[in-house]
Design a protein around this ligand. Structure first.
Ligand SMILES: Nc1ncnc2c1ncn2[C@@H]1O[C@H](COP(=O)(O)OP(=O)(O)OP(=O)(O)O)[C@@H](O)[C@H]1O
Ligand SMILES: [Mg+2]
Length: 226
């Protein structure tokens, strides 16, 4: 039987026939600026700890740990008690040319603790700093392989510039992950609506719909139009 990692993100698990991510897989959440990628990733870690007592490490390559804590707090996801009891660990990585996607020190911690969930928010700065696209792809592949050996489920975020849902443009990295979720906006007369689409999820059937997404003071939720 395949082990399932329930994301716990409101409204998300039921879009997969297996009711969650396949354990030990890697999922890329990509989308436009402000689409809700960081909040999505934060909820994956928060609900993992809160609902399933599963330890998670949130690695931020962009925002500071303080900013991540503030964002979580504003969305009614106080992290403090989980940071205290060790279920949630926040890490900031400082990147420069040639850095590994997950620095050795954090990778060693992952090897030792084997957390159920790891987030890398985001992979895009590494692309910017890579000597060439092959270097970025190679680094990504070796990181995915290493994480996979630890029995951890990885959720990474990344930028996607074109999220016109009628013709999404795919990047090379989209092919390397087991799952791909695209987040963006669609214009509805004078308003925009946040939407999400599951492009692929190896090993499980999933919804083929465009799901509206809501972000309120209680966080992000995925809706299904019946
Ligand atoms: N407290 C809040 N209440 C309601 N909506 C919020 C709140 N905080 C953030 N948002 C919404 O969430 C958006 C930011 O979400 P998030 O940081 O997850 O986006 P992102 O996709 O990671 O963006 P980027 O590509 O810039 O990293 C904001 O632009 C805002 O619309
Ligand atoms: Mg972000």
């Amino acid at each position: 039987m395949v082990e399932i990692i329930k994301t716990g993100i409101p409204g998300l698990d039921s879009v997969f026939d297996k009711m969650g991510f396949i354990a030990n897989s890697s999922v890329l959440v990509s989308g436009e600026p402000g689409a809700g990628k960081t909040i999505f990733a934060l909820e994956f870690i928060y609900y993992g700890a809160k609902n399933y007592k599963e330890p998670g490490i949130f690695i931020s390559s962009e925002q500071s740990i303080e900013k991540i804590r503030e964002l979580a707090f504003a969305l009614n996801m106080p992290l403090e008690q989980y940071e205290k009891n060790g279920l949630i660990t926040l890490k900031k990585v400082n990147i420069s040319k040639g850095s590994e996607m997950i620095p050795d020190q954090i990778m060693n911690e992952i090897r030792a603790k084997k957390p159920k969930r790891v987030v890398l928010d985001s992979i895009s700065p590494f692309e910017l700093l890579a000597a060439d696209p092959r270097d970025f792809r190679f680094k990504l592949l070796s990181m995915l392989e290493e994480i996979n050996k630890q029995g951890t489920t990885l959720l990474a975020t990344g930028e996607k510039r074109l999220t016109n849902f009628d013709r999404i443009s795919f990047n090379p990295e989209d092919f390397l992950f087991d799952g791909l979720i695209v987040m963006g906006r669609q214009r509805k007369t004078v308003n925009y609506q946040r939407v999400l689409s599951i492009i692929k999820m190896r090993g499980t059937k999933h919804s083929e719909e465009l799901h509206p997404v809501e972000i309120t003071e209680n966080g992000l939720r995925v809706l299904t139009i019946k």
